[in-house]
Design a protein around this ligand. Structure first.
Ligand code: KG4
Ligand code: ZN
Length: 342
């Protein structure tokens, strides 16, 4: 490896415009994140057209700020890594086009990155990865258990059959009249409540690592509506605590089952819901009982969408020889296993 491999990451898949410069796939020189949450809040969710417009407005400013904060020039950059998908097509396109423009103008190689690979590689900015490993990916759009034998090798051993964990959080929050994104609000509320409501846990078939959260989400909504009809009140903090316990119980139990079957050395937590305090605490407690397994939990600033994680994953792909062409397009349905042939 060249002594100092400098990679720019660009992420615009949803509602954060982010550009980062990362050295050797591990050291963040800058990681600028411009969030649009305030603009989407009044609609109760991300509005794709508004997201695209914000990305257009922000991308150049964020890019210049990332370069300035890292104190690097374009000649120093070895690659431009950009999120190709999954995500909102119009949002992804802004990042892809910005990346192509910079790559073309300065003659820098272009690398396309899968958004979830980025979330997983956020952990490499904290600690070196040790293979084989298992990543529990919990975000607004994905809930997956990913087994990795080596860098860039992703085997999805379980995934959600309906809602993602973050999606369930956001929908339950909406029922409790909380602003978007609801995950952090439910998390804070849950910490003040008690588990008093009996809610379902979808274990699915014996041995399955798949998840399902739509039944739980509906159970919470029904509980609220039934109580309203009977003129009863359920404390929102107790409902939040009960919901959170149900989600966390399933996530932790399935992860513990998977590490019994797969010979892993490390377990990584990844995605926006990785910021959840209940999940962080429960995983830490569960893995304290298995000291031979190394549990890595990213700091809060690396859990949500950011470009440093894209640069981190992009660095590894670049070193493996992966290159994107100048006709790169946004791919909202990108499959993470596409890298496995590399
Ligand atoms: O990874 P991310 O930033 O975007 C996607 O790739 O989807 O994840 C966003 C999701 C949202 O659903 C948000 O409510 C959830 O992560 N989230 C949380 C917490 N912080 C963010 N969910 C539960 N507890 C949190 N503390
Ligand atoms: Zn994400």
């Amino acid at each position: 490896m060249k002594k100092n491999l400098l990679v720019m990451g660009i992420e615009t898949s949803c509602d954060e415009t982010s550009v980062s410069i990362v050295r050797n796939g591990k050291e963040i020189l800058s990681n600028i994140v411009s969030s649009q949450i305030e603009s989407h809040k009044r609609f109760g969710g991300v509005v794709p057209e508004i997201a695209s417009r914000h990305h257009v407005e922000q991308i150049t400013i964020v890019l210049e700020e990332a370069m300035k904060e890292a104190s690097v020039s374009y000649e120093d950059l070895d690659a431009i890594a950009v999120t190709e998908g999954p995500g909102l097509v119009g949002a992804l396109l802004i990042g892809v086009n910005a990346a192509k423009a910079v790559a073309f103008a300065h003659g820098i190689p272009l690398v396309s990155v899968h958004h979830i690979a980025g979330h997983i590689y956020a952990n490499r900015l904290v600690k070196e990865m040790e293979f084989p490993l298992l990543a529990l990916v919990v975000s607004g759009g994905h809930t997956e258990l990913v087994y990795m034998k080596d860098h860039g090798q992703f085997e999805v051993i379980g995934e959600t059959r309906d809602d993602a964990a973050g999606e369930a959080y956001d929908k339950v929050a909406r029922t409790l009249q909380m602003p978007y994104p609801g995950g952090p609000h439910i998390d804070r509320l849950a910490a003040t409540g008690e588990v008093t409501v009996d809610l379902p846990r979808a274990w699915l078939e014996e041995g399955s690592y798949d998840f399902s959260f739509s039944g739980l989400k509906s159970a919470v909504i029904n509980t609220v509506h039934n109580a309203e009809q009977r003129g009863e009140t359920i404390k929102p903090e107790d409902l939040a605590a009960s919901f959170q316990e149900s989600v966390v119980d399933v996530l932790v139990t399935k992860t513990l089952q998977a590490v019994k079957e797969y010979p892993v050395k490390q377990v990584l937590l990844a995605g926006g819901v990785a910021a959840n305090q209940g999940l962080r605490t429960a995983l830490t407690a569960a893995f304290a009982e298995i000291p031979e397994l190394d549990l890595v939990i990213p700091p809060l600033r690396l859990c949500g969408d950011n470009a440093a994680m894209i640069a981190a994953a992009g660095t590894v792909l670049f070193e493996k020889g992966h290159r994107a062409e100048m006709n790169l397009n946004a791919n909202p349905g990108l499959d993470i296993t596409l890298y496995n042939e590399w």
